[in-house]
Design a protein around this ligand. Structure first.
Ligand code: ADP
Length: 453
């Protein structure tokens, strides 16, 4: 096992990793930007090194500065968390060449799944159902029109190197397809440094269902059940739960088996997530694979009792997975609400600033992953996630009741957050019945949800 790890991240996930290390008896090194000088991850780690200015390009994305910090502090491994360098195969390779273990999948795993089209081709070959569409780049409008004709409208244009819900365009006819393709390609070039786009069928009102996988270096792979992440705004997740209210036992096994087959095909090591879209007829389609720990990993931890971060560290240190698939049991139900410093009544506008008053929720069934404290200054430089409120109950109804109660205890002022929005969701009949699609938030905001009593 490692004796010292550097955490190449900030915010709640840096704290989460420090906590796992403490429990494993591993010393930690935090890196931070000038804007994060008074952050909790800096205070809680055993050592801390400033790696650059506030902008992430000079700090949390600054590979030479991070590697230097790792060498000066003599760590054996780096945990990248999520975002920043977590899915950068080049960074994983540099770590390896400096004899520092990258806590995550292999550079090959990351590179292959980072190209969404290569991922589609690979998973299709492995026998997974993929979203209908092309497995080659839409080079020009003729290409795009041909694909659209074959699969039928609506279609979605996606950037092969895309991520974070960015760079997708929905098209309903030839005209919008032609005009959107060029814009999508130039946007993809600017945002991801790769103009390649492809076209797939736009699935109407699907659910987003993803399977957590975990694999050791010796080919032992596990799947830890599904998360339902259908509650999204602009393709970004706001609330996640496990298990999904839309997935019954047989379907759970089918999707889980498919995910395992996909992960085995690519020889996946460490934590990964295989994302699917589920349509209203229970057809599911592979969408993409994320090769890192996800923001929403706690709901899986709550229902399986498995500490994903500790497992990531154990796997990276060369240990064998001790858990067997047949011993994984989904117990109860868990929900996570992402609390963002955003004014939901004002188009979810980011609302950075100083937190003057703060009250944390507590009590049975409540877990809070956060880096904020009274007096904490929310920086405009980073994403607006300030806390993840996670609840557990013996069933979904109980997890919702706990969430509603915990949200009402959670007080942050004067910064505006998404807490009131989550409270609205907790009172919504469609949500309570588990009848939501990825369009839920949009419909809720428009006040269009068709509620029967
Ligand atoms: P990213 O990697 O940018 O997050 P994803 O491929 O994971 O992109 O897609 C994000 C979200 O976009 C999905 O959860 C879903 O809501 C929507 N989406 C993506 N592809 C499709 C599709 N073919 N049909 C309908 N919705 C889609």
């Amino acid at each position: 096992m490692f004796s010292k790890i550097l955490i190449a991240n900030r915010g709640e996930i840096a704290l989460r990793i420090i906590r796992a290390c403490r429990e494993l008896g591993i010393r930690t090194v935090a890196v931070y930007s000038e804007a994060d000088r008074s952050s909790l991850h800096v205070r809680f780690a055993d050592e801390a090194i400033c790696i650059g200015g506030a902008a992430s390009s000079g700090s949390y994305l600054n590979i030479p500065a991070i590697i230097s910090a790792a060498e000066i502090t003599d760590v054996e491994a780096i945990h990248p968390g999520y975002g920043f360098l977590a899915e950068n195969p080049h960074f994983a390779e540099i770590c390896e060449s400096c004899r520092i273990t990258f806590i995550g999948p292999t550079p090959e795993n990351i590179r292959l799944m980072g190209d969404k089209m290569a991922a589609r081709i690979t998973m299709q070959k492995a026998g997974l159902p993929i979203v209908p569409g092309t497995t080659s780049v839409a080079k020009n409008k003729e290409d795009a029109l041909k694909t659209a004709k074959a699969i039928g409208y609506p279609v979605i244009i996606k950037a092969a190197a895309g991520g974070g819900g960015k760079g997708m365009r929905i098209c309903h006819n030839d005209l919008t397809l032609i005009s959107s393709l060029m814009t999508a390609q130039s946007e993809a070039e600017v945002s991801f440094g790769n103009p390649n786009c492809y076209i797939e069928k736009y699935i109407e009102k699907p659910r987003h269902i993803e399977i957590q996988v975990l694999g050791d270096r010796y080919g032992h792979l596990l799947q830890l059940g599904e998360r339902d992440c259908s509650i999204q705004r602009r393709h970004q997740k706001l609330l996640e739960e496990s298990p999904s209210p839309a997935v019954e036992t047989k379907l759970r096994k089918r999707i889980g088996d498919m995910a395992l087959r996909g992960a085995k095909t690519v020889g996946h090591v460490n934590a990964g997530t295989i994302e699917f879209l589920l349509d209203s007829n229970n057809n599911f389609y592979f969408m993409e694979m994320n090769t890192r720990i996800q923001v929403e990993h706690p709901v899986t931890e709550m229902v399986t009792g498995i500490d994903m971060i500790k497992e990531q560290i154990r796997i990276a240190s060369g240990e064998k997975l001790k858990i067997q698939q047949e011993n994984i049991q989904i117990k109860g139900s868990s929900i996570e609400c992402r609390i963002n410093a955003e004014d939901y009544e004002n188009n979810f506008m980011p609302n950075p600033g100083r937190i003057e008053t703060l009250n944390f929720p507590g009590g049975p069934g409540v877990r809070l992953d956060t880096h904020i404290y009274p007096g904490y200054e929310i920086s405009p430089y980073y994403d607006s996630l300030v806390a993840k409120l996670i609840t557990w109950g013996r069933n979904r109804q109980e997890a919702i009741a706990v969430m509603k109660r915990a949200l009402s205890e959670f007080y942050i002022a004067p910064v505006k957050t998404t807490i009131p929005f989550h409270l609205r969701i907790m009172d919504n009949n469609l949500f309570l019945r588990g009848e939501v699609s990825t369009h839920f938030v949009q419909e809720l905001l428009k006040g269009e949800e068709k509620e029967e009593a």
